[in-house]
Design a protein around this ligand. Structure first.
Ligand code: NOJ
Length: 509
């Protein structure tokens, strides 16, 4: 049996609000994504993951969905979506869309109806509890703002559960009508031809109807990072069966926000739950060789050992960009690209990282996100004009990157970060060892993390120097530099040293 497409794929995440505005309202839109498809195809990724573009009051920038089966007018129309999908497919790429199953917007007609009265037919599509207005029904904690995960509805004198904002009530997946309705939202997009879903906080959907308290000492931690109810696994198998009604191998990659690889691994089930799960502990790891060796070994021990396939991600729309986390160093960001694109598993890139973008500093009066995540959502600078290729002044300020560099300039520059990502992705495409091969001989020697990727007769060695000084690396046999993150010495013999903050891909000479 051949490998499924997503095993060897590299995926590019687009946060549509921040990508490119074509209408002049300062918010990125679907036409803006379509405008830059050549940039994405030339980069060499295999699939795009599009963060939410659904109808939404945008209290959580679209993760508060008011209609799962329509495009918010700020982003475009369903026709525009269909055009985008067709053009993605024409370029030989695939499209994953975000799916937000744990909660809806409080403006979703389901919740509007549920909230109307205790007798409403949709009341029990959400999680309501009696109680005293001063005492929430349990001690679960919301992600933002921090505090009880409950909102008191004064009109009907009950609490409703919401693990995020008050405007994001949690659906009750123990109700079969909810399950059926949510399955239909998947079919709606699968029928249109999407290639899979990134499933938002998927580990939250199963809930014990008794809603038991968490131990007192854990009440400082948002429940999203703790919740791990066995009911979710049955729901995942049900969702997987919906995807398997289609024969184009749709992918489900789940956001499992549990900061333990071992627990994340459970969400792959026995090959009948998620195809891929985000594993966030490495995203929170420091830029240190030993830490990364540990994560690589954990992925082997917990994920590969069960026949499942890891995923790797350094940046997304919820966390400071990795260049910023790694001390703003461009050299490290370049070395990190080599790491991300050579580990065993499916890599996820976040739009802008291929330009080496940093987090933007957002002045207080411009902050919009209730979760404080604006800095990684600054607009992508496409060119050197005043609005950097946007039709209107963007909803968030430009980062410093915009003044220094832009996509068009980097596309002309063979030494740019973009040129490095293109070389890396092109090598991945031509190398079975990098795409789906094994990872072997992983070790750390004096700040250098080294490993091999192998498939059949093909062998590549990767060496990443996490130190800011040059380091020796002894290798058996003769090797040649295929790619160097600093661009130096490519095509030459490897001389046994790795430059500061630099990563190399070596091939047998
Ligand atoms: C995770 C998403 O990535 C984040 O942006 C969102 O705020 C929460 N889930 C709630 O949907």
């Amino acid at each position: 049996m051949s490998d499924p497409w997503w095993k060897g794929a590299a995926v590019y995440q687009i946060y549509p609000r921040s990508f490119c505005d074509t209408t002049g309202n300062g918010v990125g839109d679907l036409a803006g994504v379509r405008r830059h498809l050549d940039h994405i195809a030339d980069l060499g990724v295999d699939a795009i993951w599009l963060s939410p573009f659904y109808r939404s009051p945008m209290k959580d920038a679209g993760y508060d969905v008011a209609d799962y089966c329509d495009v918010d007018p700020i982003f475009g129309t369903l026709d525009e979506f269909d055009r985008l999908l067709a053009e993605i497919h024409e370029r030989g790429m695939r499209l994953l869309i975000d799916w937000v199953p744990n909660h809806t917007s409080d403006q979703h007609p389901w919740f509007v109806e549920a909230r109307a009265s205790r007798e409403s037919a949709k009341r029990d599509w959400y999680i309501w509890r009696d109680g005293h207005p001063d005492r929430p029904p349990n001690n679960w904690q919301a992600a933002f703002p921090r505090g009880p995960a409950w909102t008191w509805d004064d009109a009907t004198k009950q609490w409703y559960l919401r693990l995020f904002l008050p405007e994001q009530p949690d659906l009750d997946w123990e109700n079969p009508e909810v399950v059926a309705a949510m399955h239909d939202t998947l079919r709606f997009w699968l029928d249109r031809g999407v290639d899979g879903f990134r499933m938002d906080v998927i580990h939250l959907i199963g809930k014990d109807p008794r809603l038991p308290d968490v131990p007192e000492e854990l009440t400082k931690i948002p429940t999203v990072a703790l919740h791990d109810d066995p009911r979710t696994h049955a729901h995942l198998r049900g969702i997987r069966r919906v995807l398997e009604e289609y024969d184009h191998e749709p992918l489900m990659i789940g956001e499992v926000f549990l900061l333990s690889t071992e627990r994340v691994a459970d969400y792959y089930g026995r090959g009948d739950e998620l195809h891929l799960a985000f594993n966030f502990p490495p995203l929170f790891a420091p830029w240190e060789a030993d830490a990364w060796l540990g994560h690589l070994e954990k992925a082997q021990a917990e994920i590969r050992s069960r026949g499942a396939w890891p995923s790797w991600v350094l940046s997304n729309h919820d966390n400071p960009r990795h260049r910023t986390r790694y001390g703003e160093s461009l050299a490290r960001a370049r070395a990190a690209a080599v790491l991300l694109l050579t580990l065993e598993g499916t890599p996820f890139l976040y739009a802008g990282e291929e330009l080496g973008m940093r987090n933007a500093r957002i002045p207080e009066e411009r902050r919009v996100d209730p979760g404080g995540r604006d800095g990684c959502r600054a607009p992508i600078p496409w060119d050197a004009t005043a609005l950097h290729g946007w039709a209107g002044e963007p909803w968030l300020p430009w980062s410093r990157d915009a003044e220094e560099t832009d996509a068009a300039a980097q596309a002309r520059d063979v030494d740019s970060v973009l040129a490095l990502y293109r070389r890396l992705l092109s090598l991945r495409r031509s190398s079975r060892a990098l795409r789906t091969g094994t990872i072997d001989e992983a070790r750390v020697a004096g700040d250098v993390l080294a490993y091999e990727r192998r498939a059949g007769d093909e062998r590549l060695c990767v060496a990443i120097n996490f130190a800011s000084e040059d380091r020796a690396l002894a290798l058996a046999g003769d090797w040649q530099v295929r790619i160097a993150s600093d661009g130096r010495g490519e095509g030459r013999a490897f001389a046994g040293r790795v430059a500061p903050d630099t990563a190399l891909i070596l091939a047998p000479a």
